[in-house]
Design a protein around this ligand. Sequence first.
Ligand SMILES: Nc1ncnc2c1ncn2[C@@H]1O[C@H](COP(=O)(O)OP(=O)(O)OP(=O)(O)O)[C@@H](O)[C@H]1O
Ligand SMILES: [Mg+2]
Length: 380
Amino acid sequence: MTKSVPTIPAEKDPTLAAKHLEEAFAIFYAESQKLETQQAALQEKINQLSSELQKSNQRLGILLNAIPAGVILLENNIVLLHNPAVLQFLPNLSTGNHFELPNDWQASIAPGEYLIGNAEDRNSPQKMVQVIRIDEGIRSFVQIQDITANIALHQETQRENRLTAMGKMAAGIAHQFRTPLATALLYSSHLCDDEVQPEMAKEFALRLRKQLMDLEKLSQDMLRFISNRPTKTVLASAKQLIDEAQASIQALFETKQVKLNVQCDIPETVMLLVEPKSIPNALVAILENALAVSKPNDTVLLTASIDSKKLIITIEDQGPGIASTIIDSLFEPFSTTSANGTGLGLSIAKNTLDAHRGMIAVHNTKHGAVFKITLPITQQ
Ligand SMILES: Nc1ncnc2c1ncn2[C@@H]1O[C@H](COP(=O)(O)OP(=O)(O)OP(=O)(O)O)[C@@H](O)[C@H]1O
Ligand SMILES: [Mg+2]
């Protein structure tokens, strides 16, 4: 038995086969023509885009050379390119080298700000610069700019605001000094009386001393209000600053049987650049007020947390809330509803926080007043 071998079907009619082949060639030719046209169009587009890219690179180069800020492009922290302006801040910077800020740049209170230059060098005065770094994968972009003039302007505005506030304060000061001064004068005139008994003289002397001490505290507070620039700053743990405030007021809370609940769930390593004592003092001023409006068995809650490189402290009490008559001028000096208070506590606290680039805000809830403080974190 013979096995049938499969065969490839062939065109039986040679003329038809030639026609089909011709048609196939025609299609092939047409398609390759199309492809060629498309490729030419694509090449033209590439040329156009390259020329646009070259032009924008040129424009970018002109722009980078013209802007006063220093700009550096890094790859794996190696300097890939930089503009000339950066050399005024980092004269030794060169491409191909590892990038780091010089050790003698002093970190300022606000993160990313540095004091550079030598205070004793008259030819190059000290400058305040701001460094912004954006990391994207292996590439980083660093911008350095001189903010000395902005800072000076900011300080000048703050000083003018304080001078305006001082104008308003004048009437308040007269009012605050009048009563203790009149009382002190009265006691001193009693002391000058030849007839006064020795034990009464001692009593008058003690009362006179108390009035003078109150006046002294008042003038100290006023000085603290006027000078707001931190003179000497140190790195301090946020947790320790809060502990310090708590330690200095805890006994007063216990005496009044008010609970001070501190929920400070932040690591010890969170550091702020602060003038020693100033931040605890500001917290104590707010806690003193919270204690003053609390009844026995009330709780004052202090919480501390971190929100995008900022330390957030809230202090919440169960008192009557801030009186509507005072809420708009709460942080101004001599705003008070208290017969014994001077109304300087919160204005000094606000000044301290402003000087540390922080903020303070207040709002009333159903249960009392809530103060919210925000401070920049220097190290985390
Ligand atoms: N937690 C609070 N609840 C309700 N009112 C408050 C609270 N904190 C502050 N206040 C109001 O704000 C005013 C101003 O407070 P501030 O601490 O500046 O001054 P003071 O407490 O009156 O005097 P001192 O200068 O002695 O602190 C207070 O008199 C009070 O009316
Ligand atoms: Mg107070």
